[in-house]
Write a protein that binds this ligand. Structure first.
Ligand code: SF4
Length: 418
């Protein structure tokens, strides 16, 4: 058991979600796909829900699960690649061939052309992206289909299509200077259907590393940007580029015109979707003040999915990769408070025992959807591969994948600013 698991089990009230202390097989028992699923995805048959994991795997002790995972990996050799996201729990990450953010992992899979199966220990949109970028004969597997992303769920295809129609009604398709009236930009943390929407409509995908380059790309082609699903990444990036807050109205998909006047939309530069990451939204200026009060020399680094006042109050902000490099560049004895997912923070602290590294949020709040990838699921899908059966395969519809690839290729060409 890792420190995160142990802490949640010992003191569930110290976690952001008391359900995390429950057994791994009782999460999300509702029928259908898990959060973050693409509407256009092909549903595996049979769909295995958490509670339906074969009883033998539910009963197996952790040591046996790890033994099975190692044995399956050895049997499959180069025919398999296991990817682990930075936010994934340690007992799963220990089996990963590559550890990184969603974009790094999709690229890492491309370096293993002999892999017949790519097992993605992340969340649904990440596995979708890996499927889009991988060869058609490679199978992408998500060990637990209930591992979605609550932020990705906040922008569904129908709501974005409706918003798009309303915006074009007000703004028209083009500006007098020939640019588009609005360019859609979706964060990587979105369904394949929304990446395809951007590909079809002259838009692009961004990551937290290259969001500024992507916004510049979009403004060369359009007067405004519709940015979804994460309002905070959009706001923090646009603000750093000098765009005023009054030119960044919020689009609430439950209200006509997103809750805006036509005039506000005409004078907008970036229209921000009402979405957020439930993990990063928890960080606050008060936590930063407390860290500074307790450690006079503390440096605070946060992820740009955090609210704007938190980013403004921090010493630095950037993607998970930026945060890793920030820590790597620090000196022994330094004190660093980090505003991102607790599994990554704990891992960085373990990698740098000569520094004081801690999570800004004293409450344990892992990405609860990614947490659904328990070693039991990993053992079950790997045993299936050994037996010649692909379980929990993620297959993006071919037409959706083709349009999404257009937006992803634009993203790949938009290099992060150094
Ligand atoms: S940390 Fe937030 S944005 Fe990332 S996968 Fe989890 S819910 Fe989604």
């Amino acid at each position: 058991m890792t420190s995160v698991q142990q802490s949640i089990a010992l003191a569930p009230q110290s976690s952001c979600d008391a359900d995390l202390a429950a057994g791994p097989w009782v999460f999300d028992l509702s029928p259908g796909y898990g959060p973050g699923a693409s509407e256009a995805d092909v549903l595996p048959d049979p769909v295995v829900r958490p509670g339906q994991l074969p009883e033998a795997y539910q009963q197996m002790d952790e040591a046996e699960l790890h033994r099975r995972i190692r044995a399956a990996k050895q049997t499959l050799g180069d025919r398999l690649v296991v990817l682990g996201h930075f936010y994934q729990r340690d007992e799963v990450v220990q089996h990963a061939d590559f550890v990184g953010d969603s974009f790094q992992l999709a690229n890492a899979a491309l370096t293993r052309p002999d892999a017949e199966a790519i097992v993605f220990c992340g969340v649904h949109f990440m596995a979708e992206t890996a499927d889009i970028l991988s060869r058609p004969d490679q199978h992408v597997v998500l060990p637990n289909l209930a591992a979605g992303c609550s932020m990705a769920d906040m922008a569904d295809e129908d709501s974005v299509e409706t918003a798009w129609e309303e915006l074009l009604d007000v703004l028209g398709e083009t500006e007098p200077d020939g640019r588009a009236s609005v360019v859609p930009v979706t964060y990587m943390n979105s369904s394949a259907a929304l990446k395809a929407f951007c590909g079809r409509n002259g838009g692009i995908v961004c990551t937290s590393s290259n969001a500024a380059t992507v916004l510049e790309w979009a403004f060369q082609r359009g007067r405004r940007v519709l940015f979804f699903p994460d309002q905070h990444l959009g706001r923090n990036t646009a603000k750093a580029m000098g765009i005023g807050l009054d030119a960044m109205p919020m689009w609430d998909p439950r209200r006509p015109l997103g809750g805006n006047t036509e005039e506000a939309l005409r004078s907008a530069s970036v229209i921000l979707w009402h979405g957020f990451c439930s993990v990063h939204r928890r960080f606050s200026v008060a936590q930063i003040e407390q860290a500074r009060a307790q450690h006079a020399s503390v440096k605070v680094v946060v992820h740009p999915e955090c609210p704007m006042p938190v980013v403004d109050a921090a010493d630095a902000a950037g993607s998970t990769d930026f945060i890793r490099k920030y820590v790597a560049a620090s000196q022994p004895g330094d004190v660093i408070a980090i505003g991102t997912e607790v599994n990554l923070v704990n891992r960085l602290a373990a990698e740098h025992p000569d520094r004081t590294i801690f999570c800004l949020d004293p409450v344990i709040c892992p990405c609860s959807t990614m947490y659904r990838i328990h070693p039991g699921y990993l053992a079950w899908v790997l045993d299936g591969l050994v037996e010649g059966e692909v379980r929990n395969e993620i297959v993006v519809d071919a037409a959706v994948a083709a349009d999404a690839r257009v937006a992803l290729e634009r993203m790949l060409a938009a290099l992060p600013k150094s």
